[in-house]
Design a protein around this ligand. Structure first.
Ligand SMILES: [Fe+2]
Length: 151
């Protein structure tokens, strides 16, 4: 996501790169508080706080309290909180607000691109060139096609 963000900030050069990079780094940081995992990082369940609050709310709480501790300018803390708050875009996916800055809008799409490309790559690994996958639930039940690579 940082590499993609860096390239897109070159295209859209009015963007504040500090916020884009900070948003990429911070947006899912509280997944480690949202989920219980063993020493290998294998997740067994969500934590109590993860179930009741989720990584978005946990994330903005962290930014708020850590920002207070180190005394960053209030606007910077609120903008970073807004980026975390809005990165899922839709209320039904956990974001109570849609992005209101271009940096937050870009963060959402960087997250979507990253997740989709991971799902495409992972799904296509299991089949041979010239074949279609079964319906992939994570990608809207699409049958994906693997290029033959010889054209
Ligand atoms: Fe997230």
């Amino acid at each position: 996501m940082l590499q993609s963000g860096e390239k897109l900030c070159q295209v859209y050069d009015f963007l504040n790169t500090d916020y884009v990079y900070a948003g990429v780094i911070l947006h899912d940081m509280c997944k480690i508080l949202e989920m219980d995992s063993d020493e290998y990082g294998v997740v067994s369940d969500y934590t109590m706080e993860g179930k009741l609050l989720g990584h978005i709310i946990q994330g903005i709480k962290e930014i708020d309290s850590e920002g207070e501790k180190i005394g960053i300018v209030r606007e910077k803390s609120v903008i970073l909180q807004h980026m975390v708050l809005s990165h899922h875009y839709e209320p039904e996916f956990g974001s109570p607000k849609k992005p209101m800055t271009p940096e937050a809008e870009l963060l959402h799409f960087l997250d979507i691109i990253d997740a989709r490309m991971f799902d495409f790559e992972h799904s296509l690994e299991a089949i041979e060139p010239g074949q279609f996958t079964d319906k992939v639930w994570l990608l809207d039940n699409r049958n994906l096609y693997k290029l033959k690579g010889d054209s």
